[in-house]
Write a new protein. Structure first.
Length: 163
């Protein structure tokens, strides 16, 4: 249940921020957020990171759906049993679903966070979830999963917080 709440909360946060940006900032317009660090800039992104594949939004929607389904299957089947691994996958799932909602509902993803001190792509909460959750899962898998998953399996495969 903890993982469902985490995924739902992150999706709601992502969608709320996107709604507020669409409702309050003109397309292409900017609003200061953290001076000299970050501003909110309303961008419609039909592509992936750095607007890659911008003419293939439907392909990106299918990829997002497949990734979300695969992660959901891993979580439901308890392939990953340790809470650290499950949390990281839940965060990635939330990001994938957050951007999938935009692609299906609007045909584009609403991006808003623009870093001011370096030239970088404009991104959103779902992107943060995918990147941070993905990196965290890679670290977990590379350095901790063998030990943690054995522990979880010894406990009957229920080492998560769902007990």
């Amino acid at each position: 249940m903890l993982y469902v709440i985490l995924v739902a909360a992150l999706i709601l946060l992502d969608q709320a921020v996107k709604y507020l940006v669409r409702a309050n900032i003109d397309l292409g317009g900017s609003v200061p957020f953290l001076p000299h660090i970050l501003e909110l800039t309303y961008i419609k992104n039909t592509g992936a990171a750095f607007s890659l594949f911008s003419r293939h939004t439907w392909v990106l929607a299918v990829i997002s759906a497949v990734v979300a389904a695969a992660i959901l299957a891993l979580l439901v089947k308890k392939v990953v049993v340790h809470p650290a691994g499950r949390i990281t996958l839940s965060v990635v799932l939330a990001g994938a679903v957050g951007n999938l909602i935009d692609r299906v509902a609007f045909g584009y993803v609403t991006d808003m966070f623009r870093v001011l001190f370096v030239n970088f792509a404009v991104f959103n909460v779902a992107d943060i979830c995918v990147v941070c959750g993905g990196i965290a899962f890679c670290v977990y898998f590379a350095f901790f999963s063998e030990k943690c998953e054995k522990k979880g399996a010894l406990g009957g495969g229920r080492a998560d917080a769902d007990r």
